[in-house]
Design a protein around this ligand. Sequence first.
Ligand code: NAI
Length: 310
Amino acid sequence: MLDVSGKTAFITGGASGMGWGMAKAFGEAGMKVVIADIRQEALDQAMEGFSKTNLAVYPILLDVTDRDGWAKAADEAEAQFGNIHVLCLNAGVGGGGMVQDMSYKDWDFGLGVNIGGVVNGLVTMLPRMLKHGEEGHIVATSSTGGFSAVGGVAVYCTAKFAVAGMMETVATDLKDTPIGASVFFPGPVQTSLGETTNATRPAHLRNAAPPPPPVAKEGEPPRRPVNFDPSLFMSPEEVGQRVLRGIRRKDLFIMTHPEFRDGIIARNEALLRAIPVEEPDEARAALVRQFGTLIYNPIYDTQKPLTEKL
Ligand code: NAI
């Protein structure tokens, strides 16, 4: 178990939604927390709430796509709270539309924040976390759309699959260091992702006209359930607790919703069905084995089953 008490967390997209939920959970667990976000007004609003508590929370204005901004934010966070131990690369943007309607601007915006922002955080923060040598953990927020593809959100799914692969490889490379890594796969959560996506999209990456809304083909289930009830979405507070548990347990994968089990099974079974039926060639197998984790990565064995409810 990772002992989080007294440690410092840095959370991107920390001013609202899930990032805010993580900040609350971490603060209540005795951590010092930096919330970094692109929206000053959302940081102010979050701090208004946190200032009424005794939690140690500090706001930093940061656009995760800004690499110089990352270096300054890291310096400011360390000046405020010392070494960073837990890094949550959570800032993200949504955005829907059929792949055939996606422009370069749609791809650049979605991948820039959802992949680029995570890469920038990793490149800025990881050397600092390794240098201080204390135990720590990195979590990046993917989505259930990061393990099971969804129609009508091509840019988003591309990015979230990338984040998942990235964190699995990060965990592999860091396995002999004091820094652990998780990929977080939330299902539907009560946040304002749609509005913040629109509010944070820079002018040079806006289309002249928005893409038409995605439509389901005949016979397909609707893109959004007809009786769509956002109150059934998980609360950011519960999400924060689930992420905290995952960090403490040093889980490779952190999930919110057991309801997505079928999607995981369906994709992995499809992969298994696609395996060529020919007998493996011994010489070729020996060659591939020389690539080590290419055939079999023991990092997946590190995921312990969850046996207790939250
Ligand atoms: P949210 O909109 O409440 O939080 C996202 C935060 O990121 C906002 O405060 C926003 O200002 C910030 N942000 C956006 N672009 C930024 C940038 N360039 N630099 C710094 N901060 C930036 O939405 P939510 O849902 O809490 O989003 C958090 C993460 O969860 C995102 O990565 C999202 O893709 C992911 N997610 C959300 C789901 C949901 O149901 N709400 C489901 C699965 C994944």
